[in-house]
Write a protein that binds this ligand. Structure first.
Ligand code: SER
Length: 644
């Protein structure tokens, strides 16, 4: 089966079940300070899971582009990719477990003809201290579906210890796990959730790719999994999808039920495709074929044996970089941009293992553009930028790569630990100072240096590296680990205020600087807003003052903020502006500031496409102040502003 066909099959299946199909959101979330990237289908759905009505109703489905930066170094095995498409469906307080599980069985087993013998499920075991009971309902419903097919399956209680049992010929296919595995929120297990964050128990779906396909837990071998179970890391079982029963919200005391019971289902499109083809290597599905051939031609090597690892890194990383750039993230030193840089540099580094020493990334990127351009039209529209940026970054890195590698090899020191003059242990070590020089002079991200070191059994002094980096204060900040620890601070009240202030700023800039100003990006934390917009000159002090005064006069007038759901056509006709037009579906939600209904009405200040949330009246915002105005890239400026 091909990915294209599978995507269409899922969407029409869900459409038949009453879902409205909505387009994918961009890979960079708007107004979500908790994360740098859209890493799952549910992120753009957050306001609707929390109770705000979705403009398309209570049932929606999509195929969402996702990027999981934390998986960069996992790539190379049979199943991990940083970029993937998540096919998903949502019930916003509509249907619940019965429908979801029934449809998943129908879709995977009846429609796609996955062999139920290879199909495994996990459910939440329950936890009294969280006040969340065991999900026997889901476990028994799955079991009943196997039974209908004439297959008796058992439910395992203790898979991490018992492995997969077969008792009197009945094999376990369903397992209970704790909240470490069967709980989902954007920030993981219950203990890691900030107050206000929604989450819930889930039931996960796995496919058994069989040990004979080369995974490590092979029965009757030293690896044999007495304890091999579906969540084992050996790669035999691959998680293909996840149904989250998003019904709780974290409070200071524990959990409370959300006003509505939601379903959040997301499955890996590529992984399901691999399962349907019963091939445990996700890189063997059709969408990689074109790019694989390109790499084979460039390297003269085939996708087999040891070469597979490097092939997979290149395939994954260049595909991810292609999609990220098409959504406006250019390679650079900060935040999202830093990941695009790392992806490209890592691909170039691994290409050396395939003896590719000249520019190749753009050719691979173009192979992906050809494959995806019908579904993701902005790949074709932005093709020149994508290929240009990738090549620029590749060239920049290539200039210093060979020298950096030499420097790296030279700088390794061996420390001999000896007892009574006899060497007992040799520790290979790389100083933090050198790691920092590699970054400064050769553009080696520290993760790259650490990876090279790991391959050679060398320890890098990370602490010393960090010290040097800190000292060098003009060095751009890397995407710090702290960024991911976030969560909706408190109840998100400040973020909501900044979100409304962002609309005011957008409009004020258009009035002061001109109609060419359009939003290019936005990021909000509880402390400040950040707004990128198209404009090619530094703002004068006078212009900044004008913008502030304009915004503060609207706040003083305490204008109302109103949400409306209208057709896309009507929103356009009424002059609504918005960042990513192609993400919107037929019915859209818009926010108006002021009494009027359309752009041009004297008593309307702003009208924008937006999912919200916003304050109800401007009076609560306080005083708006610009802290900084700077360039981000050619033709794009950035403002940081606060409310005091
Ligand atoms: N949010 C869940 C996940 O990402 C299901 O969509 O796994």
């Amino acid at each position: 089966m091909k990915v294209k066909e599978l995507r269409a099959t899922f969407l029409s299946f869900m459409e038949e079940k009453g879902h409205v199909i909505v387009p994918s959101s961009p890979l960079v979330p708007e107004n979500d300070p908790t994360t740098l990237f859209t890493g799952s289908g549910m992120q753009p759905m957050l306001p609707y899971l929390l109770g705000q009505p979705h403009p398309s109703g209570k049932r929606v489905a999509d195929s969402q582009k996702a990027f999981r930066s934390q998986d960069i170094e996992e790539v190379g095995d049979n199943r991990h990719t940083t970029f993937f498409e998540m096919i998903g469906n949502w019930s916003f307080g509509d249907y619940f477990k019965e429908e979801q599980i029934t449809w998943m069985w129908d879709f995977l087993v009846s429609k796609l003809k996955l062999d139920p013998e290879n199909f495994y499920l996990t459910c939440f075991i329950g936890n009294d201290s969280l006040g969340v009971p065991r999900d026997t309902y889901s476990a028994e419903l799955w079991q009943a579906f196997f039974k209908k097919k004439g297959i008796d399956v058992g439910i395992g209680e203790n898979p991490e210890k018992d492995g997969i049992r077969t008792i009197n010929g009945v094999r376990d296919h369903i397992f209970y796990y704790s909240e470490k595995k069967n709980w989902w929120s954007r920030t993981g297990a219950p203990a890691n959730m900030p107050i206000g964050e929604p989450g819930g128990p889930d039931t996960e779906m796995f496919y058994d790719f069989h040990p004979e396909l080369g995974r490590s837990c092979i029965p009757n071998t030293p690896f044999s999994g007495e304890f091999c179970h579906v969540n084992c890391d050996c790669g035999r079982f691959v998680e293909i999808g996840n149904n989250v029963f998003m019904q709780y919200k974290k409070t200071a005391q524990g959990f409370e039920e959300l006003p509505q019971m939601n379903v959040d289902h997301g499955s890996g499109l590529e992984r399901i495709c691999a399962a349907v083809n019963d091939d445990g290597d996700v890189f063997n599905i059709d969408i990689f074929e074109n790019a694989k051939k390109t790499i084979e031609n460039l390297s003269g090597k085939a996708y087999t044996g040891e070469a597979q690892y490097a092939f997979r890194v290149i395939l994954d990383h260049i595909r991810a970089a292609t999609f990220l750039i098409s959504d406006g993230v250019l390679p650079g030193n900060k935040d999202q941009s830093y990941f695009v840089r790392r992806l490209i540099r890592r691909a170039v580094r691994f290409a050396r293992n395939l003896d590719i020493h000249t520019n190749f990334c753009a050719e691979v990127a173009d192979s992906f553009i050809q494959v995806y351009k019908d579904e993701y039209t902005n790949l074709e529209t932005n093709k020149d930028v994508i290929l240009g940026e990738i090549t620029k970054e590749e060239e920049k890195f290539r200039k210093t790569l060979e020298n950096g590698m030499k420097e790296f090899e030279k700088a390794i020191i061996e420390i001999h630990k000896s007892v009574n003059g006899e060497t007992k242990e040799i520790i290979r070590h790389l100083s933090g100072r050198i790691a920092f020089d590699l970054l400064q002079s050769y553009g080696f991200p520290i993760e790259l240096t650490e990876e090279l070191a790991k391959e050679r059994n060398i320890i890098v002094d990370r602490e010393e590296f960090e010290k040097h980096k800190k000292e060098h204060s003009d060095q751009s900040r890397t995407a710090s680990a702290g960024k991911f620890k976030g969560g909706l601070g408190g109840d998100g009240e400040m973020e909501v205020k900044f979100h409304t202030a962002t609309h005011l700023l957008h409009q004020a800039l258009r009035e002061v600087l001109g109609e060419h100003v359009l939003q290019k990006g936005s990021n909000i934390t509880p402390e400040r807003l950040r707004f990128d917009f198209s404009h090619d000159a530094k703002m004068t002090d006078e212009e900044k003052k004008k913008v502030e005064n304009l915004i503060n006069s609207k706040i003083a007038a305490d204008l109302p903020v109103t949400r409306e759901e209208v057709s896309f056509e009507e929103a356009k006709a009424r002059g609504a502006i918005g960042l990513f037009e192609d993400k919107y579906s037929d019915v859209v939600s818009i926010y108006r500031i002021g009494e009027g209904t359309k752009r041009g009405d004297s008593n309307l200040y702003s009208i924008e496409f937006c999912g919200g949330p916003h304050v109800e009246r401007l009076g609560v915002l306080g005083t708006f102040k610009i802290q900084k105005e700077e360039a981000v890239s050619a033709g794009v400026r950035r403002i940081k502003a606060v409310l005091i």
